[in-house]
Design a protein around this ligand. Structure first.
Ligand code: DGY
Length: 377
């Protein structure tokens, strides 16, 4: 292993849990310590490679918490199984960095942290939408370099969102929360696509529309699109929220970018490989009125050549879930995934409602295991 520094908490704990990054707050450590875990935490900000993870797993490791920046592949699960590990939790809701099939084959449960980051990620997608549509970052740079000489009729013209069409691809928890922010907050019409219709989303928007009509106001329109192409052709703003899997890699490629309106806004706060980033750079270069708001990148932490030189893109460093409350909550859920399995608790039946886990007296249940069904649990 390189020169990475590891800290040990509760050194006398009989169960050994490896955590590959310091996590926010103290509560998650208290949870692990009270389940008799010795917790070994990597204090370095550098990303661990699989060899380093395998080395730290060693010959005894009961549980582990890792990051979306690491590859938890077959070789790592071989090492975990040999060390007696029963549970791994990703410190994220997404788990495209984890070979879940390999974990399942070795009887290891894989946890994630849903629910707690829905609002934060949806809000960040909304922030990117506003920043891109109203050219907030370009204007900020202009101010800072002393460009502002006084109000002008055509200074930094952007696009009004009210009454325009919002396209949402992927209407799961985060996509639906984002759709509601934009429809209810900005009165955008909604055109969405997913592999299946979301009755929950449609009924909530319908209730909001009823409320507006009762108040004598115009209600937005909400429509399901049969395919992603329809959304891309018709929407003024398109935000991506599908799961990243082999079928969705480069779902936005050069062909699909060409389908979009010349001055559309494209938002991605989901996973970088959904977009062919080189094709996006080309498209942004050719169409100055087209704007993008990105939280995630195809090859993080790198970005495609030329992307950062373009004025019509807003870029932030994968901070969708980066609120203090959210990141502390994610740490609590990851710790409870580990201790719940080690203590033999049942799976949580409350589905997406993880609020009870965030209080002082969490339920005696495992919050979220993604391969429970495959493991026959
Ligand atoms: C996730 O949880 O998958 C996000 O990308 C990080 O918060």
């Amino acid at each position: 292993m390189g020169v990475k520094e590891w800290r040990v908490r509760n050194p006398s704990g009989e169960r050994r849990v490896v955590v590959t990054k310091e996590l926010p707050g103290e509560r998650w450590l208290e949870i692990l310590a009270s389940a008799r875990c010795r917790v070994e935490v990597c204090a370095s900000e550098e990303i661990l490679d699989r060899g380093e993870i395998i080395e730290v797993v060693g010959s005894k490791c009961d549980g582990a918490i890792g990051q979306l920046t690491e590859s938890w592949d077959r070789s790592v699960f071989d090492a975990l199984a040999a060390a007696g590990c029963r549970v791994y939790s990703n410190y994220a809701v997404g788990f495209n960095n984890v070979d879940v099939t390999a974990a399942t084959a070795r009887g290891i449960m894989v946890g994630n942290t849903p629910g707690v980051l829905t609002g934060a990620t949806a809000e960040l997608a909304a922030a990117l939408t506003l920043a891109a549509a109203r050219r907030v970052v370009e204007s900020d740079s202009f101010m800072r370099r002393g460009g502002f000489r006084g109000w002008l009729p055509a200074l930094f013209l952007g696009d009004l969102l009210a009454g325009k069409t919002l396209g949402v691809i992927g209407a799961g928890r985060i996509g639906s929360a984002y759709a509601r922010i934009m429809v209810e907050g900005f009165r955008m019409n909604l055109l969405y696509h997913d592999i299946r219709r979301s009755e929950t989303l449609e009924s909530r928007i319908a209730a909001y529309c009823d409320f507006l009509r009762t108040a004598g106001e115009r209600a937005p329109v909400c429509r399901f699109a049969a395919d992603a192409d329809e959304v891309l052709k018709e929407a003024d703003v398109v935000s991506l929220h599908p799961v990243l899997d082999p079928a969705t890699v480069h779902m936005i490629d050069a062909r699909r970018l060409r389908l979009m309106k010349e001055n559309a806004v494209l938002i991605n706060a989901s996973r970088g490989p959904l977009i062919d980033e080189r094709a996006l750079v080309e498209h942004l270069r050719r169409h100055e009125g087209f704007r993008a708001g990105l939280d995630v990148y195809e090859r993080e932490p790198e970005t495609a050549q030329g992307l950062s030189e373009l004025a019509n893109v807003v870029m932030v460093p994968h901070i969708g879930s980066a609120t203090t409350w959210t990141r502390r909550g994610m740490a609590v859920l990851a710790a409870l995934n580990v201790t719940g399995v080690l203590e033999g608790h049942p799976l949580w039946r409350g589905h997406e409602d993880v609020q009870p886990f965030l209080g002082d007296d969490p339920p005696k249940a495992v919050p979220s295991i993604v391969n429970a069904e495959e493991l026959g649990i």
